[in-house]
Design a protein around this ligand. Structure first.
Ligand code: BT5
Length: 311
C-alpha cells in the first residue's frame, strides 16, 4: 500500500516552521493524534530529528535525501523513498495502476535500472534515481516534450550547484568534460487519444565516485565535493513541475542549453536501416531533431545521437 500519510504530515509541518502541537498536526493532515505519534516515529526512522517541547513538535534535522525531499518541496508530488529498488520506473508503474495522484519515487540504489531500448543503467548507492509519475492531459505526440522538460530541469539544477552541464539530444545531460551525467527514460500509457500517465525516469550521477560508473559516464562528485541530493532533487522536481505547465516554452529553453545544435552528428534509430550523418540544425516544436545531410533535410523523432568532430 502506498504511503501518502507521511507526506501529508510533512506538509503539515512545512506550512508552519514553528513548533506544532499534535492536535493541530492531526487536524491539518486529517488524522488522529495516535496517527501523528505513529508518523512522527516513522519520520524519525527515516532520518528526521524531531524535538518535542511544551509548544509541540518541531523538525530540527532533515535527512539529506529520501523523505527529506518531501520536506519543503514546492511541487505537488508525494515522495516515496526506498533504500534499494529494482527500478524506480517499475515502482512508479505499479503506483500508476494502484494509487491516485502524482508521485516521485526515489531510491538510493537500483539493482535493475533501465535505459532506453532495454539498455542497463548502472545505479550504485549515492545517485539520484527518481521516477516522476504524472497524469498530464496531453496528446501523445507532445509526450517527448516531457523528456526535454526533464533535461532542462536537470541541467538547471546541476548548473545551480556550479557544474556547467549541457544537453545532448534528446535526453542526455553532459558534464563540462563531455561525460554523461544524467539520462532520462520516458514511459507513457495512452487512452482515448491522450496520455493517461507518464513516468519520467531521471538518473543523475550525484554522490558517486566516477570509477563506479561506465567509462563514458561522469558524476557530480568529479566536479564538486559537497553534493546535496535533497536540494538537487527538490530543484529538479520543482523545475519539472513548472515546465510541464508551459510545455510550449520548452523547445526554446532546451535550445539555450544544448550542445547538439550546430554540431556534426551521427544518428542511429530503430526506424532507419543505417546511421545518418549530418549537421544538427534545430529541434521543432515537438522536440524532433532536424538534420541537414547531403541528401537534404531529415526530421528525427527518436534515436541515439553521437557528436562528431567537424568534417
Ligand atoms: C538513458 O538511457 O539515458 C535513460 C536512463 C534513465 C535512468 C533512470 S534512473 C531512474 C529511472 N529508473 C530506471 O530504471 N531508469 C530511470 P540511454 O540513453 O539508453 O542510455 C543508456 C546507456 O548509458 C547505457 O547503455 C550505458 O552506455 C550508459 N550508462 C549506463 N549507466 C550509466 C550511468 N549511471 N551514467 C551514465 N551513463 C550510463
Amino acid at each position: 500500500m502506498a504511503d501518502t500519510t507521511s507526506a501529508a504530515l510533512l506538509r503539515a509541518f512545512t506550512d508552519a516552521r514553528e513548533p506544532v502541537s499534535a492536535e493541530v498536526l492531526a487536524e491539518r493532515f486529517g488524522g488522529t493524534i495516535e496517527g501523528v505519534y505513529r508518523l512522527i516515529n516513522t519520520l524519525e526512522e527515516n532520518g528526521f530529528a524531531i524535538e518535542q517541547t511544551d509548544d509541540g513538535f518541531r523538525i530540527v534535522a532533515v535527512p539529506d535525501y529520501g523523505l527529506g525531499v518531501q520536506y519543503g518541496l514546492e511541487a505537488p508530488f508525494v515522495v516515496e523513498y526506498h533504500d534499494r529498488l529494482t527500478s524506480t520506473n517499475d515502482r512508479a508503474r505499479q503506483l500508476a495502476g494502484t494509487a491516485t495522484g502524482e508521485w516521485a519515487v526515489l531510491a538510493d540504489e537500483q539493482t535493475g535500472g533501465r535505459g532506453r531500448r532495454d539498455r542497463a543503467w548502472t545505479s550504485p548507492t549515492g545517485g539520484i534515481w527518481c521516477s516522476v509519475l504524472l497524469r498530464p492531459a496531453l496528446s501523445p505526440d507532445r509526450g517527448s516534450l516531457l523528456t526535454l522538460a526533464a533535461a532542462v530541469a536537470v541541467t538547471d539544477a546541476v548548473r545551480e550547484v556550479g557544474v556547467d552541464a549541457t544537453i545532448k539530444w534528446p535526453n542526455d545531460v553532459m558534464g563540462p568534460d563531455g561525460g554523461k551525467l544524467a539520462g532520462i527514460l520516458l514511459e507513457t500509457a495512452t487512452s482515448g487519444g491522450s496520455i493517461e500517465w507518464a513516468i519520467i525516469g531521471i538518473g543523475l550521477n550525484a554522490a558517486i565516485d566516477p570509477t563506479r560508473l561506465p567509462v563514458d559516464a561522469t558524476s557530480l562528485r568529479a566536479y564538486t565535493t559537497h553534493v546535496d541530493r535533497r536540494v538537487l532533487t527538490q530543484s529538479i522536481l520543482e523545475g519539472l513541475d513548472d515546465l510541464r505547465g508551459r510545455l510550449t516554452d520548452v523547445p526554446a529553453l532546451w535550445r539555450d542549453r544544448t550542445s547538439t545544435i550546430g554540431r556534426r552528428v551521427r544518428i542511429e534509430a530503430d526506424s532507419m536501416s543505417s546511421a545518418l550523418v549530418g549537421r544538427a540544425i534545430d529541434i521543432d516544436e515537438t522536440g524532433a531533431l532536424l538534420i541537414e545531410t547531403t541528401e537534404g533535410h531529415r526530421r528525427i523523432t527518436a534515436g541515439d545521437c553521437e557528436h562528431l568532430r567537424p568534417a
